[in-house]
Design a protein around this ligand. Structure first.
Ligand SMILES: CC(C)(C)CN1C(=O)[C@@H](CC(=O)N[C@@H](CC(=O)O)C(=O)O)O[C@H](c2cccc3ccccc23)c2cc(Cl)ccc21
Length: 345
């Protein structure tokens, strides 16, 4: 029955959600009642984990154990974390993490189990890559790292969609497609955040790729290496585009309208971002380049069914292809990738 204190707790929970990312918080709040709280808490637990992984001011002796045990921490009433650096974006979330734990412990056991399982696997994966000397070298490492931090999120969400009955059991079964949903988002973010990550001494671009264009990853920012830098960027864009076929196949499976928008909106933002990144030397000179607000508003409005989403992917594939430089070694690859997208859409 209606429980005032519960409502107060829920209000504090959604306050944290709105603090993390306003636009996406609105999308989560549009989800059906049955899933809304579970996905809100999944999102905030993962945001807490990510805030610890991202904070380079925390020494490894502290960071590694917290990453590895976060799936147990989320059951510990009252737990908070105050060791985050002062300028860490979501520091407040961890200072008040007891609120998240309260909400997590109110969820149905089925959702708690899914969230704890994904958190365990993600935390272990993050701890591995946070260990001194471990780098993203091969493209296989790149796929593995992105699986840990984003592919697993897709697996967890698909299990929730199937568990609550909104989507068929096939959605949870197609782990390959769920994984690609995460990889497409994460590879787009990693490609976009080259300069910011370089500044924070975080290296996610695989050496197997940047090593074809420079001696050291940081050489790509030198003006004299401009052409090589843009060729490396094309290679990264092409690598991310490899997941689009799976993304569209996954979205075609999603029938519940609120689940569909929740899944489709980040994907159309990602293809729009990839289009903005392609052949855009600014990623080597400016941080935090984003698609315009007007474009995101249009994308959020236009992503409510598979036909419109397919049309958006077809539109951006054409834009990306138009911007390709015939002298770029990946000119043909990107042309083929764009052709494929235009075919399936
Ligand atoms: C790393 C990441 C891509 C998984 C982060 N991630 C996302 O990027 C969010 C979108 C988001 O947070 N957008 C923010 C980004 C920002 O703050 O800059 C915005 O303001 O638009 O979406 C994903 C997300 C949504 C829907 C389906 C998914 C399937 C597989 C993997 C991830 C999926 C997400 C869902 C959950 Cl439950 C948790 C995290 C995420």
């Amino acid at each position: 029955k209606y429980n005032y204190s519960n409502d107060k707790a829920r209000e504090r929970l959604y306050h944290h959600l709105n603090m993390t990312s306003r636009s996406f918080a609105a999308v989560i709040q549009d989800l059906d009642e049955e899933l809304k709280d579970a996905i809100c808490l999944f999102y905030l637990v993962l945001r807490g984990l990510d805030t610890i992984e991202d904070d380079m001011t925390i020494d490894l002796e502290t960071k590694i154990p917290v990453l590895n045990t976060f799936h147990e921490i989320i059951y510990q009433k009252g737990w908070t974390f105050t060791k985050n650096g002062p300028n860490e974006k979501d520091r407040q979330l961890l200072v008040e993490f007891d609120v998240i734990i309260e909400g997590f412990l109110k969820l149905k056991p089925a959702y708690q189990t899914i969230i704890a399982d994904i958190t365990k696997r993600m935390g272990n994966g993050m701890a591995h890559y946070a260990t001194a000397g471990i780098h993203v070298n091969t493209t296989a490492d790149y796929d593995e790292y992105c699986h840990y931090v984003a592919g697993l999120v897709g697996l967890g969400l698909s299990e929730m969609f199937s568990a609550c009955g909104f989507e068929s059991l096939v959605v949870a079964k197609r782990k390959d497609l769920s994984n690609s949903m995460g990889l497409f988002l994460q590879k787009t973010n990693i490609t976009r955040d080259y300069l910011e990550d370089l500044r924070d001494d975080r290296r996610f671009w695989p050496k197997e790729i940047w090593g074809l264009y420079a001696e050291k990853m940081e050489d790509l920012v030198k003006p004299e290496n401009c052409d090589k830098a843009k060729q490396c960027l094309s290679h990264m864009v092409w690598n991310a585009m490899g997941h689009i076929k799976d993304v569209l196949e996954y979205l075609e499976m999603i029938k519940n309208p609120s689940c569909f928008k929740f899944c489709a909106i980040p994907q159309v933002m990602a293809i729009a971002t990839l289009n903005m990144l392609h052949n855009n030397y600014k990623i080597f000179t400016h941080e935090n380049i984003k698609i315009r607000k007007g474009e995101t508003v249009w994308l959020m409005k236009e992503s409510d069914n598979i036909d419109k989403v397919a049309a958006i992917f077809r539109l951006y594939a054409r834009e990306i292809n138009k911007k390709s430089d015939p002298l770029d070694p990946h000119f043909v690859n990107i042309g083929v990738a764009c052709g494929e997208i235009e075919q399936i859409c």
